[in-house]
Write a protein of this length. Sequence first.
Length: 446
Amino acid sequence: MPAVTLQIEWNITMSDTSNPLKVGIAGLGTVGVGVIKILRDHADLLSQRVGRSIEVCAVSARSKGRDRGVDLTGFTWCDDATELASIGEVDIVVELIGGSDGPALALARETLKTGKSFITANKALIAVHGKELATLAEENNASLRFEAAVAGGIPILKSLAEGLAGNDVSGLYGILNGTCNYILTRMEREGLAFADVLADAQRLGYAEADPTFDIDGIDTAHKTAILAAIAFGMAPDMDSMPIEGIRNIAPVDIDYAQELGYRIKLLGLARRTADGVETRVIPAMVPLSASLANVMDATNAVVVDGDFSGPTVYVGAGAGEGPTASSVVADIIDVARGNVYPAFGVPAASLQNLPALPADKHSGTYYIRLRVNDQPGVMADITAALARESVSIESLIQRGTAPDEGVYIVMTTHQTVESSALSILKHFTALECVLETPTLIRIETF
Ligand code: HSE
């Protein structure tokens, strides 16, 4: 038998490896400082792995004088972040400013136009302008990388674009916001109301002073749009995504969820369906046996369904200095190794504008809680409304009294389309016996 010769061609072009790779960093908050520390503390390790040393040479931040606990002497200081793009010795710009537009976008455009690689942890920027920036990167033979933008220290984008590249991904589901998961965990463990845990989380520095993006699901939506783009080869699409946060989750719903065998989690979901791509951010009841149900505190997790791989699960810290900086540095290493591949795993020109499944066409099961007068005929009114919309009840609980006035009726439905579930809610709201706006929470069994 003739010998088989395997010729391995490394996809690594370490151009000019005799010189250090020079990095400019815009934004010296927690993550920026973390990047400086990794590059400093692991200098030898990284140089060995990459074949050349990696050095920070320029930085930009709002306040020059602040003590950040790292030595900035020797770095060129830029008051205006966009200056980093035009500093000759800078090979890579790392953007840690944040925001979908403004200085972050200006810096991204300037950097890529000059043919330098651009690395960011900014999910809003990529979710909103990802296709434009990926195109600009390709036109200028530069790399655009954003591993740290989704799930902090979990290398989920690399896993999707490289490790699972042989699969057709049918869906992915994740807990992508540590603040929300932390709040839901404490609400459950301590029986506290949402507002009380949020106030405490802000006091302890877990939640931002303005936590809107986190608790209203926008941060999760940015991350979901990026994951869907890589998984399905589509342009990031924020416009067609229904987004709901956790403000309206009440302790009583957390208790009922447990009684029914579920736990409430804020999820980002992306699925291919026969009628279009479905992306959503929702607080959902997930079975206690599901891997995502057991991800607690500020931890993030993502499940990806590949057709050949089967489900794979990724769990880790979704935020913080070390984890987020770890992902930024992984991107720097990729660029240093010359791993230039399309930002979303396919050339920007072939990113598709896939049709979105309209939100009311979603098919699922639902939890509905009503507070009603405890009197004869109430159940008849409720079941009449259900019959009108052909929605079938899977389970029904009524017991004791509600804390103030009336009694809670809690039901879960069999599979139904979202438009029917929402119509039911309208019928219930209109009933005289219903004392407050009903609560609807989707059930996700994956
Ligand atoms: N604010 C995010 C969270 C971390 O709470 O998970 C950064 O994406």
